[in-house]
Write a protein that binds this ligand. Sequence first.
Ligand code: IPM
Ligand code: MG
Length: 355
Amino acid sequence: MDFKIAVLPGDGIGPEIIDQAKKVIIVVGKKYNHKFNFTHGLVGAIAIDKTGNPLPAETLELCKSSDAVLFGAIGDPKYDNNPSAKVRPEQGLLAMRKELGLYANVRPVTTFPALIDKSPLKREIVQGVDIMMIRELTGGIYFGKPQGRSEDGNTAYDTSVYSRYEIERVVKLACEYAMTRSKKLTVVDKANVLATSRLWRETALLVARGYKELTIDFMFVDNAAMQLIQNPGRFDVIVTENMFGDILSDEASVLTGSLGLLPSASIGLSTSVFEPIHGSYPQAAGKNIANPLGTILSVSMMFDLAFNLKTEAETVRTAVEKSIEAEIVTEDLNRTHPKSTSQVGDWITEYIKKI
Ligand code: IPM
Ligand code: MG
């Protein structure tokens, strides 16, 4: 089959990790007889430098006309330390989510047996953790209006807004995931304080009624943050609003031993986007030391969710597991004998070629 992939490397380590992912895609194409066509687009700080816009119209068009988007990372310290910058790289990512209608961000958090001891938590706490974190991605305080400053500049405000419909569609997706797993769904909110959370609760209960075998429970976000560390094994599928999901998914990611390992898929109304959950890690840019596994695992998710290529997805995941077992890993996972970003990519590519 033929597939068109929009490749948006972005900033920092984005280009290096995307190069590894492309190698993997190409070798899978050869092995299983698919044609993957790559078209590159600009996004983030590099897009601001070249066009003044963190998401140029051309990039958006490219995304819309592709079968999937492979995304690296965005962000640049020159914007982080300048709160008065008029355009910011992150606006490109947020605009892309909104324009493509990417209402759900799916982040599987699984542990690799060979890496259990890299986790900051005790082995017995993290062993066997397998969480599907689903974050609402186009609503809430990230996009609510009004947002801004008072005229005198001394007051600032953000607004969290959710409509029933926005909650319904993401909770439905979470229910579908739960039905293919342990049939247990946890909705994380702050219904003791927030009106939006109370609408989440009410709506989630109604949606869940459509799934007779599903058990749904609700947890306040502060408690969820604690339980994720104390007893992560109690969770299976979690669904939550945009801001809580942003925070909890970073927290959950360290359970596995490295932020560099986690993939994600953002799915919705148009083309889906696949990206590692880590950021642009500017300190490592150009050094060939960044962990490419989160991006390569995102390729596995792309094969599965966007192209319905289950065997190919499994092959990539297996190759990643084997590279970890063989200790072909970057410095975040092996301080004493690290491999470079491209060595990890090459090893995985060769492995796929041979099996
Ligand atoms: C993420 C990131 C983004 C977010 C930033 C870069 C805008 O932290 O994808 O989790 O907050 O959503
Ligand atoms: Mg985040």
